[in-house]
Design a binder for this molecule. Sequence first.
Ligand SMILES: Nc1ncnc2c1ncn2[C@@H]1O[C@H](COP(=O)(O)OP(=O)(O)OP(=O)(O)O)[C@@H](O)[C@H]1O
Length: 463
Amino acid sequence: MQATIYVTDDEPAIRSAIVKRLSRRNHTVTGLESGEELVRAVTQHPPDLILLDLKMPGMGGIEALRQIRPLAPQTLVIMLTAYGTVENAVEAMRLGAYDFLIKSVDLSGVDPVVDRALEFLALRHRVEFALEDQNSAYALSNIEVRSPAMQLLLGQVRDVAQNAKATVLLQGETGTGKEFLARVIHCNGPRATGPFVAVNCTAIPKELFESELFGYERGAFTGAHQRKRGLLEKAEGGTLFLDEIGDLDPAMQAKLLRVLQERTFRRLGGTEDLSVDFRLMTATNRDLKKDTVRGTFREDLFFRLNVVTFELPPLRVRTEDILPLCMQAMLRFGKEFGKDVLDIEPEAQELLQRYSYPGNIRELQNIIERAMILCHEKTLTAGCLPRELRDQAAQITVAMAQGEHPTLRIEMVLGQQTLADIESALIEEVVRLSDHNKTLAAKYLGLTRFALDRRLKKQLEQD
Ligand SMILES: Nc1ncnc2c1ncn2[C@@H]1O[C@H](COP(=O)(O)OP(=O)(O)OP(=O)(O)O)[C@@H](O)[C@H]1O
């Protein structure tokens, strides 16, 4: 991003060196020699970024920051500080500065800090733009994904959306965005103007499911005072989305299969075959294939549903998507709560990116909602984030990437963990991923079953 930048420093040599350095990278850079001059310039033209020296004669950096924040809430401010005055820089960050930079002789630290701030600014612009039109929340072009896994998936979604008939199965942990993606497919396809009928298979009691799905004729059963159209009919010309399909009762599985095979059905108590035209999408956080082996899910129905399958990766294996999702949530809750929190301080960014999000995007949104309630500054700080995030920063994170060969990634905070901690975390995760089949886990780990048992026992004793 090419940006307008003000560099404010009373020392001419440093000021001109930074101005030169940034101008060479095609930014529009202006040097200013005092806090007063900066306030005047910001009043006339708020820039994208300000580099602001802490210690200046007359109006110091802190006072200048206090005055420019309300004048230019969108502008990011990086404080320039000398060794030994870092506490003041921290104070400045509490007042809304985005970051700070310790001045060194060669100024080589300037570029990465400026790049990071500008990248953040560019991301904020994109998210703001996407949110301007709430109706286009599901437009493919407005979905902000950075992780290679999600970019690949969205590319495939684009093709599938265009095919009005393709049946889609969405699999993934809770909160990974299965319903969201179903809506994206619906809204970007030829049936976008048709209805999107979402049904949670676990929310409707077993006895009522059939009448809800197929509808009924007057007098079909006691209490059926008049004809009622079922969900299948309501989805005509659009999409029927069956969530938690893995929990569908076996009798209903058989009935659904018949509709999918014949594309016709009868209302309860009816004699007429009705034909329906809809796209079916289903979602589950279970492994349906395994359920067919276990015998809890019909294999023939699985084959009908499993035409196009999307596996949504958990958020912990696509960390690149975390900050864009946080920004989106901040803007959304900011509007709701009437708060103007526009930035996330670097320490909070770090914590948000390191957390493992067992509840995925839904949990991320809850974390941001809570933080926005607690936050009274213009910048979201680490102090507004829940304790789990800070605690987890001190733990070992083991995350799994899906694929033909599932891969475990381990992160270790140097100085806080030992090799033994890593071993325990790794063993625990592999046992969990092997569905607690210890023979399989031992095989993955290259251990004998006996050696694995011995290690697990030792871990238990230490706990
Ligand atoms: N790519 C995305 N961009 C923005 N918001 C998203 C995205 N994906 C999901 N969300 C939001 O995250 C929340 C959870 O998504 P959703 O309900 O689709 O998850 P799910 O996988 O269907 O969950 P469950 O299995 O519990 O039903 C929703 O508020 C949704 O709007």
